[in-house]
Design a protein around this ligand. Structure first.
Ligand code: MD3
Ligand code: FE
Length: 203
């Protein structure tokens, strides 16, 4: 389903086995060094979703090769199989080719976590962002490119869903205003929600 030009939602793109594999990998990547961390914003706040990065480390607002705002360790490598997954995702959703992907940002949401409306503009390439969701259902809010304000389109993202944001949607404001606790597939064994975004750094 296309919700805006370049923004395509593919429900249930990952089957149950692929969801389990991706979750197991995310749990490995979350272990220290360079594991799961709380992101601190320059204003002194903290993000409620916790994060782990592969390939390049994101901090507000840039990219580094080490965990500059955490344990200082080198960022974990971005595996080839994730790049192949991103390539297939973009082909399935948009029907286009892609440059090589080299960043994964993985966000863990508990029942109270949120993500405020923001734009992802720290990458130096205009390649589409690939988003994969696991666990609890959330409300994903998609806004506009020029303003953080309404109108919004709210979409429920469920475990296994793919969303690709390219073209005119790449710099749109978006956020996660709510997670619905206990709505994930019980057999996955994940309390909360996890989102993997795959990106091209352009570096
Ligand atoms: C639209 N993550 O990591 S995924 C983020 O569910 C982020 O964790 C949310 O926003 C999450 O930056 C939303 C959907 C998403 C991701 C990246 C985008 C939407 C996007 C980049 C550009 C436009
Ligand atoms: Fe984002």
């Amino acid at each position: 389903t296309t919700i805006a030009p370049g923004a395509v939602h593919v429900p249930d793109w990952l089957d149950a086995d692929r969801q389990r594999e991706l979750l197991a990998a995310c749990r490995e990547w979350s272990r220290p060094p360079a594991g799961l961390r709380t992101v601190r914003t320059p204003g002194g706040g903290t993000m409620t979703a916790r994060q782990v990065c592969l390939g390049w480390h994101w901090y507000p607002y840039g990219y580094a090769r080490t965990v500059v705002d955490g344990d200082g360790a080198p960022v974990k490598p971005f595996p080839d199989w994730l790049g192949e997954l991103a390539r297939r995702a973009v082909r399935d959703a948009l029907g286009t080719g892609t440059p090589p992907y080299d960043i994964a940002l993985i966000n863990f949401y508990d029942a109270d976590a949120r993500m405020g409306m923001h734009r992802d503009s720290d990458e130096e390439a205009d390649a589409p962002v690939v988003s994969l969701s696991l666990g609890d259902t959330c409300v994903f809010r998609f806004g506009n490119t020029g303003t953080r304000a309404r109108p919004y389109t709210d979409v429920e993202l469920r475990s296994g869903d793919l969303f690709v944001f390219g073209g005119a949607s790449r710099l749109a404001y978006h956020g996660v205003p709510r997670v619905h606790p206990g709505t994930g597939p019980p057999e996955l064994g994940l309390a909360g929600r996890l989102n993997v975004t795959l990106r091209v750094s352009g570096r």
